[in-house]
Design a protein around this ligand. Structure first.
Ligand SMILES: *Cc1c(COP(=O)(O)O)cnc(C)c1O
Length: 390
């Protein structure tokens, strides 16, 4: 696939920015790693006269450094770090007022669905869960009071691919905003702002941090008004990440590109292997030629990502056996880190969608493919699939 992201535009490539943007050596000491500034308050020379920092919730030097790095990677003028992906999503959704309507994907991340259906719906914001891959479904769901379209691509857990450029164009024609949750793709594989999205949301808990040791969120935008809103919410609601958490995410970012290159290569081999396995009914991976979003993913993404979902001929009972039967793939929620994980979305990450229009096939297994030796991962899956008695 194209290497255009690393070459795009003027100036340094992606991997260079991941290591250097916002990360000049410390001017005081020469430290090559951004210091973890723990101070909650900063000395002022005279009342209101300071070095740009007054109180830790409002602005912190380690956080500013991280915000500069991620904003640079997303091609954004504004970036705000939050204490979790959900806090980041919430900061964006606070744009909405009672009476406003919002569109979300019909397979949205379970936590996003819960936030919208339980908290926002309770304060008068209405929503529709729509198959956003379909232009007809998008048009049919549109209302006069629709202010925002939220999309995830690749989606979770079915890995559907949504045309960001097309959805953003529809939103803009109606003076609404298009927000992309870019957690699964990361800015290395996909840059939504360049495709017309108004903001990008991340759970930096996943690939950006990349080591399953920090919870965090991020929003990046080139929209001045939205940037002002986000900065105001970050300070006013106060869901800010700790300086140490900022450091961990920034440390993870330095290896994002090389991690993803290997993870995508591993996922590609695993998806092909599962496709040919007799115990497997269906494989969902945008890198597979039969995947409905394959062509679009080729145009919109640098590579196909490292998430693979599949169902088994033996149904839910077999899926439970396989999920409990792997040794290298750890049975756990979350994704995007160096170690491979396996889970059953219907009972784990997406349990909150039970009984709703977002309910997940109970036999669907989701893999987050890590950086282990791929031969070992394939052997682990084969052993577990054999246990499932197929
Ligand atoms: C994990 C996740 C979130 C929520 O992020 P947290 O950091 O867990 O709050 C949102 N969207 C997607 C796609 C996710 O995978």
């Amino acid at each position: 696939m194209s290497s255009s992201i690393d070459q795009a535009g003027e100036g340094p490539g992606f991997s260079t920015r991941a290591i250097h943007a916002g990360q000049d050596p410390d001017p005081l000491t020469g430290a090559v790693v951004t210091p973890i500034h723990l101070a909650s308050t900063f000395a002022q020379e005279a009342v209101g006269k300071h070095k740009g920092f007054d109180y830790g919730r409002t602005r912190n030097p380690t956080r500013v450094s991280l915000e500069t790095t991620i904003a640079s990677l997303e091609g954004a003028s504004h970036g705000y770090a939050f204490s979790s992906g959900m806090a980041a999503a919430d900061a964006v959704l606070r744009l909405l007022r009672p009476g406003d309507h919002l569109l979300i994907p019909d397979d949205a991340y379970g936590g996003t669905y819960r936030l919208v259906s339980s908290i926002y719906a309770g304060s008068g914001v209405t929503f529709s869960a729509v198959e956003l891959q379909s232009p007809d479904a998008l048009a049919a769901a549109w209302r006069d009071e629709t202010r925002l379209v939220w999309l995830e691509t690749p989606s979770n857990p079915k890995l559907n691919i949504i045309d960001i450029e097309a959805v953003a164009a529809v939103a803009h024609a109606h003076r609404a905003r298009c927000i992309v949750d870019n957690t699964f793709a990361t800015p290395y594989l996909q840059q939504p702002l360049g495709l017309g999205a108004d903001a990008v949301v991340h759970s930096s808990t996943k690939y950006l941090g990349g080591h399953s040791d920090v919870v965090g969120g991020f929003v990046a935008t080139n929209d001045e008004e939205l940037g002002t809103h986000l900065g105001f919410v970050q300070n006013s609601a106060g869901a800010v990440p700790s300086p140490f958490d900022c450091y961990l995410v920034q440390r993870g970012l330095k290896t994002l590109a090389v991690r993803l290159d290997r993870q995508c290569a591993n996922a590609d081999l695993i998806a092909a292997h599962l496709l040919s396995h007799r115990a497997v009914r269906e494989v969902y991976y945008p890198g597979l030629a039969h995947h409905p979003g394959h062509g679009l993913a080729e145009r919109q993404m640098r590579d196909f990502g490292a998430m693979v979902s599949f169902t088994l001929r033996g149904g839910e009972a077999a899926a439970l056996e396989v999920a409990a039967g792997t040794r290298l793939f750890t049975l756990a929620e979350s994704l995007g880190a160096v170690e491979s994980l396996i889970e059953l979305p219907a009972r784990m990450t997406h349990a909150s969608t039970a009984g709703s229009e977002l309910e997940v096939d109970p036999s669907l297994i989701r893999l987050s493919v890590g950086l282990e030796n791929v031969g070992d991962l394939l052997e682990d899956l084969d052993r577990a699939l054999a246990l499932a008695g197929s």
